[in-house]
Design a protein around this ligand. Structure first.
Ligand SMILES: Cc1cc2nc3c(=O)[nH]c(=O)nc-3n(C[C@H](O)[C@H](O)[C@H](O)COP(=O)(O)OP(=O)(O)OC[C@H]3O[C@@H](n4cnc5c(N)ncnc54)[C@H](O)[C@@H]3O)c2cc1C
Length: 384
């Protein structure tokens, strides 16, 4: 790890681009915009990259089945799905295209599936298939369902492998290491043709001047936007932290595929689903509840979790489930609000030329990361 003092070349160094946050999104963007004639810093307050939401999620490569038509979530997820598989194949990033079934029990849920399949097709997800009880049984004999949607292009990926790939790309393209760890951005001032970015790195204060600032600070992206002067309430940029817990299952996994219920109508989560990982372990989650502080302790009661699971995995025993991990979503959707889209904006029209905000990058942010990076890359090329 090296902090900022090792890179400081003058009292107020001028660079082309500062990316705030080294999660999957910041790293994918760095890989996209890096060039050997560009000075770029990716500033990360933790002592290693990808320690926040990007390492606390289901690691699912989504196909874009659920998101509202015309939304960035739908467009970028559908676009990025085949790109992620290509990146994985070409760069030895561990993945498995295990496929997914969204299972329905009872008439109401079967009707819900029909709505999901129509919406997903309208979003461009072409390979979905409605299957009946026998079809489900053939694929996953231990799953209870009257019908299901089969999504063969859904899979799982090693999120750290993917982040390491993006970081390698950024280093290769820029010829130096753009990642600066243990460095928290604490203030951003507009400066005519750029921004003075203030930071505390390894316990010391530094500043750099950057022509472009890319805010991909995940759970804190609203605070970073506030630093430069955005009124996050009037802009609709306030982030609401929404936690999701997982329980792992001991013993043999009852399914190889990802198995999801239809999404609950509150739409804060996709419903408690089975999440196989690349080692063959199975966990269930995540649920969704809003929190005021960041802590990653599993706080949910097992009982309601287990009740959800046995609706489609009747053989899972309560005593075989154990608290596993949790993650926190950076939601623009406050409790009771309708689903909100990603904010990915060059804020030039609001008086902040060269300032790019990425706010509310919740699921499917991991899947969408290469398409988000391409979109931000176009904004940068147009501006610089
Ligand atoms: C429970 C859960 C399950 C999910 N499952 C999936 C899934 O299966 N598939 C999928 O596609 N998506 C999934 N997601 C969404 C996905 O994980 C996120 O969209 C993605 O990880 C967001 O990446 P990010 O880089 O924006 O944020 P982060 O990974 O949070 O990175 C932001 C970084 O910014 C740093 N930072 C913050 N403030 C500062 C500052 N002031 N100075 C310097 N650094 C700062 C943080 O330390 C952090 O490293 C899930 C999310 C959750 C919570």
């Amino acid at each position: 790890m090296y902090t900022f003092c090792f890179r400081l070349e003058s009292t107020l160094e001028k660079v082309d681009i500062v990316v705030v946050g080294a999660g999957i999104v910041g790293l994918a963007i760095a890989a996209q915009v890096a060039r050997d004639d560009r000075e770029i810093y990716v500033l990360e307050r933790e002592t290693s990259h990808g320690q926040a939401t990007s390492s606390r999620n289901s690691e699912v490569i989504y196909a874009g089945n659920y998101y509202p038509r015309g939304s960035l979530k739908a467009e970028l997820c559908v676009k990025a799905n085949p790109v992620i598989y290509e990146i994985c194949r070409e760069n030895n990033v561990p993945f498995s295209q295990v496929g997914k079934i969204i299972v329905a029990n009872g008439e109401e849920e079967v009707r819900q599936l029909e709505g999901i399949i129509a919406g997903a097709r309208a979003n461009g997800a072409r390979d979905l298939e409605l299957i009946d009880e026998d079809g489900v049984h053939e694929l996953e004999p231990d799953v209870k369902a009257d019908a299901a949607i089969l999504s063969p292009s859904t899979g799982i990926v090693d999120a750290h492998g993917l982040m390491d790939h993006f970081l390698r790309e950024a280093r290769l393209k820029s010829g130096v290491d753009p990642l600066v760890l243990d460095t928290e951005v604490t203030g951003i001032q507009e400066k005519g043709d750029g921004y003075e970015v203030e930071m505390v790195s390894g316990g010391e204060s530094f500043s750099v001047e950057a022509r472009v600032v890319i805010n991909s600070a995940g759970l804190y992206a609203d605070r970073v936007a506030e630093m430069v002067g955005f009124d996050i309430d009037s802009e609709g940029y306030r982030i609401h932290w929404c936690k999701g817990d997982y329980f792992s299952l001991t013993g043999k996994a009852p399914a190889k595929m990802l198995v999801y219920p239809p999404p609950p109508l509150d739409a804060a989560s996709l419903g408690i689903h089975s999440v196989p990982d690349l080692t063959g372990r199975l966990k269930f989650g995540p649920n969704a509840y809003y929190v005021d502080e960041i802590n990653y302790k599993v706080e949910s009661e097992l009982e309601p979790f287990w009740r959800d699971i046995v609706r489609y995995f009747p053989m899972v025993r309560r005593e075989d489930l154990h608290p596993d991990m949790s993650g926190i979503r950076a939601k623009l959707q406050a409790p009771g609000d309708p689903v909100k889209d990603f904010v990915i904006r060059h804020e030039e029209d609001k008086g902040y030329p060269g300032f790019i905000n990425l706010i509310g990058i919740e699921s499917p942010g991991l899947t969408s990361s290469p398409a988000i990076a391409e979109m931000v890359g176009e904004m940068v090329e147009e501006y610089l």
